[in-house]
Design a protein around this ligand. Structure first.
Ligand code: ADP
Ligand code: ADP
Ligand code: ZN
Length: 216
């Protein structure tokens, strides 16, 4: 099963993809996580992407398409993948179509997660991640069970993204509206677009996604 989670920054794509990966065993391919790893490692890609990401703009289609192309051709993706954060432009969507065709993969569902802009800002501003295992949290909506300790791995180190502030969020939202939102009609026309209520609680969003995947 190959799916795309499509939604604005903070919509809950990473949260749901992480849960699906754990339960269903299909691989989460988060281009944001891949880019942040590249920045941390100081690779050529990281050097090119760092400032763009900090401004909240989009990294070039050429770099992104190359990144995903390498990744989905790896053996662990054969049983299925969840694209989280890709495609984000029409050029990326077209390149993805071509890659899928060449690799004989099909695109099963594109799941739209719709969330109000005000709620999005509150979500990104309160977001933090375990520095060791990558589990995502939120100060208000998904705190750790024991304050300051990761539920999953027990680590006491957490990280916050530089771009998760109200100011950069404005640029990220503008990029989403101008460049990513046009993908909704693109996939709707192909009959693969399904919508879930991204404003609902995490468990309910997950239930709706599983229902889509089950074909109900
Ligand atoms: P969000 O939580 O906003 O959905 P991501 O972690 O997916 O953010 O992405 C963080 C940043 O990485 C984006 O603002 C952008 O600069 C860059 N990025 C991630 N995926 C892509 C992509 N497919 N195309 C271009 N830039 C991307
Ligand atoms: P995205 O990958 O789309 O940028 P995340 O999954 O990282 O979004 O979610 C952004 C923040 O909002 C995280 O801190 C997460 O814990 C929280 N969050 C995710 N889904 C919900 C939800 N349904 N209700 C409230 N908070 C949520
Ligand atoms: Zn952890």
């Amino acid at each position: 099963m190959n799916i795309i989670l499509l939604g604005p920054p903070g919509a809950g794509k990473g949260t749901q993809a992480q849960k699906l990966q754990n339960d269903v065993g299909i691989i989460q391919l988060s281009t944001g996580d891949m880019l942040r790893a590249a920045v941390a490692s100081g690779s050529d890609l990281g050097k090119k992407a760092k400032a763009v990401m900090e401004r909240g703009e989009l990294v070039s289609d050429e770099l992104m398409v190359g990144l995903i192309k390498d990744r989905i051709s790896q053996p662990d993706c054969a049983k299925g993948f969840i694209l989280d954060g890709f495609p984000r432009t029409e050029a990326q969507a077209k390149a993805l179509d071509k890659m899928l065709e060449e690799g004989s993969h099909q695109l099963d569902d594109v799941i739209e997660m719709e969330v109000d802009e005000k709620a999005l800002t509150e979500r990104v501003v309160g977001r933090f991640t375990c520095a060791k295992c990558g589990t995502g949290y939120h100060e208000k909506f998904k705190p750790t069970k024991v304050s300051g300790v990761c539920d999953v791995c027990g680590s006491t180190e957490f990280s916050r993204r530089k771009d998760d502030n109200a100011e950069t969020m404005k640029t990220r939202m503008a990029a989403y509206r101008a460049q990513t939102e046009p993908l909704l009609p693109y996939y709707r026309a192909r009959g693969v677009l399904k919508k879930v209520d991204g404003m609902a609680a995490m468990d309910e969003v997950y239930r709706q996604i599983r229902a889509v995947l089950a074909g109900t």
